[in-house]
Design a protein around this ligand. Structure first.
Ligand code: CA
Length: 245
């Protein structure tokens, strides 16, 4: 990664919500980036995404320092955050559950490794191509994959926001898929919560990224677009730009 200058833009907007349950981590020095979107009543969503934002970077850093392969380090970090969030939920009165999504990226050996649980997304913007690097762990997306629903039907499905994999989920046998890519000069990696992606399409990402090179300008424009289009949710976006030294 010595060949690149990393520039980062980031913003989390509370929007119409009474609180902001999204959290993000931006650590350009360690090449570690994360967005988490908490779920649960009162302050439980914030607590869950806060635990993810605290535990995942710490475990990842330790495991990478111990020379674990990045994919194993990521699985370990997600598993430890999962356990902590389940434990925190069990200490709540009435056993009320809490959970959070997490999408994260970390560098090892010149590659960027991306993974996620839940429906926060990672996109790679390369030239005029936009590629979603993560799969939504929503029931609607699972029904699309099995051929039961079309993409169009999934968008209006009541299952669109019901997650079957997230942090705080007791049954998570097969973990998360880890997707590596080798960055090229000009690449932009985008991490976002569903408050953004429910209102901003891949076409919007492509056209906005074409107009705005600076990562913070791109983030601000995309977050504003989601808010203007009536996102009632918290809206969080991180853009990591890989630029020639
Ligand atoms: Ca959300």
């Amino acid at each position: 990664m010595a060949d690149f200058v990393i520039r980062v833009g980031c913003r989390s907007a509370q929007g119409m919500r009474a609180n902001n349950e999204d959290r993000f981590v931006v650590d350009p020095e360690r090449h570690l980036f994360l967005v988490a979107d908490g779920m649960g009543g009162q302050d439980r969503g914030e607590q869950a995404s806060g635990l993810a934002a605290e535990i995942i970077p710490k475990v990842l850093q330790d495991r990478l320092a111990a020379h674990d392969p990045a994919d194993q380090a990521m699985q370990r970090a997600l598993a430890e955050a999962n356990h902590a969030i389940i434990a925190a939920g069990q200490s709540q009165p009435l056993g009320r559950r809490m959970g959070t999504t997490a999408v994260l990226a970390v560098e090892q050996g010149g590659q960027i490794f991306v993974t996620g649980l839940g429906d926060s997304r990672a996109y790679l913007i390369r030239g005029n191509r936009v590629e979603q690097l993560t799969v939504d762990h929503s029931v609607a997306q699972a029904l699309v994959s099995s051929g039961a629903l079309t993409m169009e039907e999934a968008r209006s499905s009541p299952w669109q926001h019901v997650l079957h994999k997230f942090l705080g989920c007791a049954e998570m046998a097969d973990g998360a898929d880890v997707r590596p890519f080798t960055p090229q000069a000009g690449d932009r990696l985008l991490l976002a919560s569903d408050g953004l992606t429910n209102h901003v399409s891949e076409d919007d990402l492509r056209s906005t990224a074409e107009q705005l090179a600076a990562p913070q300008a791109l983030v601000d424009q995309l977050v504003n677009l989601a808010l203007e289009r009536g996102s009632r949710d918290n809206v969080t976006c991180v853009v990591v730009a890989f630029e020639q030294e």
